[in-house]
Design a protein around this ligand. Structure first.
Ligand code: ADP
Length: 254
């Protein structure tokens, strides 16, 4: 039996209005349930690619499909569904949390989809439980630690039951305990994950597969531990392992 991939990007090329060509023909397919890291130096095109997944950027060449559905910014109804399917967790949780309580923040998206009453409560509580934040549901987000706010930001997206969870630098600004807790949560989710990161050990721990985007093209697409073991490849794309980190000692968690 074949299942529809969570994400299919074909021949995606894009230039910004000022003429800067950011993507030169990107092809990527991510199967349902895969966890994939998107690596690459600054200016590689990672943000530009992510902004195409939910139709914020468009107008170039090629196509993007999410769960088989084409991202078509001209079709407003389809775009709403695409935005539900692609759950982007921004680097700064404070860009995502703006309601008086955690519960209201997590309810915001599903309420917009029309959910009400017990169905809405169930969605919110499920999402908060999955990130271990149910007990803070009635607190204001700004009273939580940064790591807790990031987990709530993940819950706001999970409450939409997305096809793919896109995380922008999920480990940034977390202390070691917060980093480990988030890793455990992400490993426990049965959702397709695309994780943009400069944190190569985090990619090694969480993502069996990695892509290197460099100069607007996919320069490598391989098992993460193979990529991280290739010093020449990493050097060519300005990627550096932390001092003392040995990828061959990592046990990949599938
Ligand atoms: P990354 O996320 O990998 O750092 P970006 O997608 O932000 O890379 O950038 C890719 C290229 O597009 C870079 O050359 C960058 O300078 C350029 N770029 C990004 N945003 C804009 C913009 N709004 N207008 C013009 N060029 C841009």
């Amino acid at each position: 039996m074949t299942t529809v991939p969570s994400l299919e990007v074909q021949g995606l090329a894009y230039a910004y209005p000022d003429g800067t060509q950011a993507l030169y023909g990107v092809d990527v397919t991510i199967g349902r349930g895969e966890r994939v890291a998107l690596l690459g130096p600054n200016g590689a095109g990672k943000t530009t690619l992510v902004l195409h997944l939910n139709g914020i950027l468009h107008g170039g060449l090629g196509s993007v499909r999410v769960g088989g559905m084409r991202v078509d910014p001209k079709d407003r109804k389809a775009l709403r569904e695409i935005r539900r399917r692609v759950g982007v967790v921004f680097q700064d949780p404070d860009d995502q949390l703006f309601m008086p309580t955690v519960r209201e923040d997590v309810a915001f998206g599903p309420a917009n989809l029309g959910l009400r009453g017990p169905e809405l409560d169930r969605r919110v509580e499920d999402a908060l439980r999955r990130v271990g934040m149910l007990e803070v549901a009635d607190r204001p987000p700004q009273h939580l630690s940064f790591g807790q706010r990031r987990r709530v930001a993940v819950a706001t997206v999970l409450a939409m039951e997305p096809e793919i969870l896109v995380l922008d630098e999920p480990s940034s600004n977390l202390d070691p305990a917060g980093r480990r807790e988030l890793a455990e949560i992400l490993l426990g989710l049965e959702v397709t994950v695309l994780m943009v990161t400069h944190d190569l050990p985090y990619a090694a721990e969480l993502c069996p597969r990695s892509l290197i985007l460099s100069g607007g093209v996919i320069a490598a697409d391989a098992p993460t531990l193979d990529l991280l073991g290739d010093a020449e490849l990493l050097g060519a794309h300005r990627l550096e392992l932390p001092f003392g980190f040995d990828p061959s000692a990592v046990r990949p968690r599938v």
